[in-house]
Design a protein around this ligand. Structure first.
Ligand code: NAD
Length: 504
């Protein structure tokens, strides 16, 4: 097959796949084989304009649906997703590389938000105060924003868009999803599913592309809000640009998550958790644990237990019948970047306990694999400690006390997730109070909140005020009106009054 025979992953306008006006494309790889499997359209301004028109048509129809009718579409989508999610998981694995069971896990967490959103009438119903003043009632109503933009990263091509679009749609908005150009097909599959569920054409629009597509959305007057997830420098750019253009914005950025292990912790549970959270999805999770802070004297025993578990991990093609534990990284360039961080750690004096550099898989020699890597005594001044690596590299830092570990966590620029492992409830309680991080696990390694709470970090892990999903999500995707109304009682009509309104 030549490059010309490969499929082109298109936009989705007005309820159908739509070719690009730009003619620009980018290759989409299967990371397990290294082969190009498709090309994705990269939008230009004409495509952005077409996406806005599509969403505008969808908005007009969808926002006029009654709550009951909107709810029936949400439930239909949930049923279709639940019945057919295996198809979506295979698409994710083919373009992202994570193993199929992990792709199913990502979909399950997204489905939770769909299920939350099915109950939306309760969450958008506003409030009523009868007789706030004599004969005066005050009430608030929540209305959709209009067209909202969702820009997502490569690492969760289904779950991250699902953090936002079920809530945005339930609230009556039309969405334009701009997927990562590295794994763009999941969003198209979801678009088709919405169509089958009965969503009006255009209410779920997909705009494929790169910075040109993103900038088009950031500068379009029709777009009322931006929900972004990706790396910190881009999150900051999105936040600043969208805010300057008068949009509501939530921009979730990168992470460097620490696990603090106190001497009284169950070290088998800690080792299992560290391996799960450090190497699952090849470390390409914003909630991955990348640093274990081992409080004296646990480091030696813990490192031995983690190394023992690493030796048993099976690395390979995530789509293989005998499913491995861990798949490849997203691209050759990213694999090389991860590798360079291990070089940096080594040069800075870290001890390499398990070295994943140069890892190859039989029969998949061109895949973007990187073996699980365990580093000990990583200096906290090293870039390998301070920067996000986003790969299967777990660094151990030895600390003498709880206070020393806490101070390290709080000195970092990120504040996404963290975990403490201990059997001391008092220490855990102190940690949850003192740590400067948005999502905290207590003997739980990847504390992604359930759908009825909200997801978001502190510091450079979240720009903006609103987290994703939960009550934050419904607040973000609705605009409130407060109505003060007076219906005169025919018996007590008071005549003209020029005074300032007061409660009396
Ligand atoms: P990325 O920032 O490179 O890309 C994210 C999105 O921004 C993509 O859709 C991409 O097309 C677009 N983009 C890239 N460069 C741009 C530019 N210069 N201008 C405008 N748009 C641009 O991130 P990624 O590599 O796809 O994803 C990995 C990152 O996402 C990691 O840093 C990870 O921690 C982070 N992440 C964070 C969370 C969270 O909840 N905080 C969740 C998932 C991923």
């Amino acid at each position: 097959m030549t490059d010309h025979d490969l499929p082109v992953v298109a936009h989705w306008f007005d309820g159908a796949a739509a070719p690009s006006a730009s003619g620009r494309t980018a290759p989409v790889h299967n990371p397990a084989t290294g082969a190009v499997r498709a090309h994705v359209a990269l939008a230009d301004q004409a495509d952005v304009t077409a996406a806005l028109a599509s969403a505008g048509r969808g908005l007009a129809e969808w926002s006029a649906f009654s709550i009951a009718k909107r709810q029936s579409v949400m439930f239909a989508f949930r049923e279709l997703l639940n019945a057919r999610k295996g198809e979506l998981a295979r698409i994710i694995t083919a373009e992202h590389g994570k193993v199929v069971s992990d792709a199913m896990g990502e979909i399950a967490r997204g489905q939770e938000v769909v299920e939350l959103a099915c109950g939306f009438p309760h969450l958008i119903k506003g409030a009523f105060s009868e007789n706030a003043s004599n004969g005066v009632d005050v009430y608030s109503i929540k209305q959709p924003l209009g067209i909202v933009g969702i820009i997502s990263p490569f690492n969760f091509p289904a779950m991250v868009p699902m953090w936002f679009f079920p809530v945005a749609l339930a609230a009556g908005n039309a969405v334009i999803v701009k997927p990562s150009e590295k794994d763009p097909s999941a969003s198209l599959w979801l678009a088709q599913l919405w169509k089958e569920a009965g969503l009006p054409d255009g209410a779920f629009t997909v705009l494929q592309g790169d910075k040109v597509a993103v900038d088009g959305l950031l500068h379009a007057d029709e777009v009322q809000s931006i929900s972004f997830v990706g790396s910190t420098p881009i999150a900051q750019y999105i936040y600043e640009t969208a805010s300057k253009n008068g949009k509501r914005v939530q921009a979730l950025g990168g992470a460097k998550n620490h696990m603090l292990v106190l001497p009284d912790a169950d070290l088998d549970l800690v080792a299992d958790s560290a391996v799960n959270a450090g190497f699952g999805a090849a470390g390409e999770r914003c909630m991955a644990v990348s640093v274990v802070l081992a409080v004296d004297p646990v480091a030696d025993e813990l490192i031995a237990k983690v190394a023992e578990r690493i030796a048993k991990l099976r690395i390979g093609d995530g789509a293989a019948d005998a499913e491995p534990d861990m798949g490849p990284l997203i691209s050759a360039a990213h694999r090389d970047k991860v590798s360079s961080y291990v070089d940096v750690a080594e040069a800075d004096g870290a001890r390499i306990v398990v070295d994943g550099r140069g890892y190859t898989v039989d029969g998949r020699e061109d895949g973007f694999f990187f073996g699980p890597t365990l580093l000990d005594e990583v200096p906290t001044t090293s870039r390998a400690y301070t920067e996000e690596i986003f790969g299967p590299v777990l660094s151990v830092v030895r600390v003498k006390t709880y206070e020393e570990g806490l101070a390290l966590i709080n000195s970092g620029e990120f504040g996404n997730g963290t975990a403490i492992f201990t059997n001391d409830g008092g220490a855990a309680r102190r940690f949850q109070n003192e740590v400067q991080v948005g999502m905290i696990g207590i003997n739980v390694p990847i504390p992604v909140p359930v759908a009825y709470h909200s997801f978001g970090g502190w510091k450079k892990s979240l720009f903006g005020d609103a987290k994703a999903y939960g009550v934050h999500g419904f607040d973000f995707f609705t605009r409130e009106k407060a109505v003060t109304s007076r219906w005169l009682d025919p018996a007590t009509h008071g005549g003209i009054n020029l005074g300032f309104p007061q409660n009396s």
